[in-house]
Design a protein around this ligand. Structure first.
Ligand code: FAD
Length: 501
């Protein structure tokens, strides 16, 4: 059968999504395709995606990014997890640390032995069984060592914080060196062909026409091709995730540069704190039905580490997803495809996995309908599962101090989340369906961090004696403690390996 390869790929937009797509495609398509990226300096980028999850390391490897150079260029710091303050009850804090928790003992997962010991009043806090949580608490960091495969030091999962504008700039330089053509200009319209409505070209304000066969819409919230042209439709999840605005502001850093993101719940939203080498990024995500913009600004500014370095910038959003991420010959990636608020720093990962899916289902000129449907099914599955995890943070709260949190605790939730919560409640069981993003350990930390009650534990946890379990759990904690003792501080590690010059 004749293989009709596509030749011209046009990426619309040069934010994180556009340049990540260009970087991945220029690395993986082996120079066989003509890749052009159109962006408008006048419109600019959202530029607030600054915290990531560990899978980004895979992306950086695939596109050939050197970690130390990347950290220097983007003023990056390391991230071992997210600390949540005031989420269960006011005054409480817990961390969702990356990576594993404990070591498998026998028949059932680690947490089942922990549940058993807790029921007996003999379990240490959950965090003591996680090297990333203990290291983050101590302000320490180092990457996993490959020479000690059986030690927790060989198993340190981490991600990055970075300056989003510098990241886009860094990726742009890398892409241009690999033959991606950047076109500066504002797209005024898209031209569709008859009779199928596929996009043929986009036209710039000056009249320049850019033709292509595959269009990747990375134009941000506006969805220039996927929505404004193809009218694909948006599924709004505001009834589950009612926050609809964010105010972002950088401030002066104060020591120490913590190796974790902090998410502090306020009365009608929450505030992020992301330490970078040259400044700290902050933002207040809130629900405009419960708090005015002025109040939200005042809350943000009164909770900074140091002096604000700019005026707060407002971003309005609707949480949800495009009804089809792939429509005709347009694939929407990044904010054009959907938005889940940044509590677990998932947007950049969703860009990465959409790119991986695009590569997997890369079309020829016939654009297989079967592939497109499967691409959209997988996108939906991924979005919905991440959505459920985020809703859990809001729904599972016991705060009594504000109408916002009471509404979140009482709202109806998706059936898929209800099942997860019911399973956990009955005996601490966590089921990860297919390849959903967040693992059992992630769910465990949020369930426990926000005080989810459980009725019992797995009966097979009783097949080990209490003494054996106590012994095993004690040794896991000891080893982790000793490992953290020998780790350098986060600041020392950055100063030695990847400080900006
Ligand atoms: P944008 O950055 O908006 O880029 C759109 C591009 O399209 C721009 O280059 C623009 O010039 C171009 N464009 C648009 N219209 C036209 C036109 N007519 N002609 C030519 N060019 C055009 N993600 C995380 O992973 N971690 C986080 O911590 C995080 N925090 C966030 C906090 C907030 C409040 C928000 C709103 C988002 C956050 N995100 C986070 C998400 C992250 O910011 C985005 O996923 C990421 O920036 C990708 O944006 P984008 O490239 O899709 O869109």
């Amino acid at each position: 059968m004749e293989h009709q390869a596509i030749k011209d790929i046009v990426i619309v937009g040069g934010g994180t999504a556009g340049w990540m797509t260009a970087a991945a495609l220029s690395s993986m398509l082996n120079g066989r395709y003509n890749i052009r990226l159109v962006e408008s300096d006048e419109i600019g980028i959202v530029g607030v995606g600054e915290a990531t999850i560990p899978m980004i390391q895979r992306f950086n490897r695939v596109v050939g990014i050197d970690e130390a150079q990347f950290m220097r260029e983007t003023m990056g710091t390391f991230k071992l997890g997210v600390e949540f303050v005031n989420w269960g009850k006011l005054g409480e804090r817990y961390m969702h640390g990356f990576g594993r928790m404990g070591q498998d003992l026998a028949t059932v997962p680690f947490e089942q032995y922990w549940h058993k010991m807790r029921a007996l009043g003999k379990a240490a806090p959950l965090e003591e069984y996680s090297i990333t949580r203990m290291a983050a608490k101590a302000g320490k960091f180092m990457p996993a060592r490959t020479d000690v495969p059986n030690s927790p030091l060989g198993d340190i999962a981490y991600a990055y914080h970075f300056d989003a504008s510098l990241y886009a700039k860094y990726l742009r330089a890398l892409c241009e060196a690999r033959g991606v053509t950047r076109i500066e200009g504002k797209i005024s319209r898209a031209i569709q062909r008859e009779p199928d409505g596929f996009i043929e070209a986009v036209e710039l304000e000056g009249g320049q026409r850019i033709e292509g066969e595959l269009f990747v819409d990375c134009s941000g919230f506006r969805g220039l091709l996927i929505e404004q042209t193809l009218e694909t439709g948006y599924e709004d999840w505001n009834h589950w995730l009612p926050a609809d605005r964010a105010l972002a502001v950088p401030c002066e850093s104060v020591p120490a540069m913590t190796p974790f993101t902090r998410a502090t719940a306020h009365k009608s939203g929450w505030q992020w704190r992301i330490p970078l080498q040259h400044r700290t990024g902050n933002g207040h995500v809130y629900c405009s039905r419960f708090i005015s913009d002025d109040e939200a600004t005042a809350t943000l500014l009164s909770n900074l580490d140091g002096r604000a370095l700019a005026e707060p910038r407002m971003i309005k959003f609707r949480t949800g997803m495009r009804k089809q991420a792939w429509n005709r010959n347009v694939v929407a990636i990044g904010l054009a495809g959907g938005f889940l608020e940044p509590i677990e720093s998932t947007s950049i990962h969703l860009i990465q996995s959409a790119i991986a899916r695009l590569v997997e289902f890369f079309p020829d000129r016939r654009f297989s309908e079967t592939d497109r449907i499967e691409f959209n099914r997988q996108s939906r599955f991924e979005y919905e599962r991440v959505r459920d995890f985020i809703i859990l943070h809001y729904h599972l709260n016991q705060r009594t101090d504000s109408a916002y949190w009471t509404e979140c605790a009482n709202m109806a939730i998706p059936e898929t989340l209800r099942q997860k919560m019911d399973l956990y409640r009955s005996r601490g069981k966590i089921v990860r369906v297919d390849n959903e993003l967040f693992s059992e350990v992630g769910w465990l930390q949020v369930f426990e961090g926000q005080n989810m009650p459980i009725d019992g534990y797995h009966p097979l946890a009783d097949t080990q004696s209490e003494a054996d379990i106590a012994d095993y759990m004690g040794s896991v904690r000891d080893v982790i403690r000793k490992c953290v003792d020998v780790m350098p501080s986060h600041e020392e590690y950055i100063a030695k390996h990847c400080a900006a010059r």
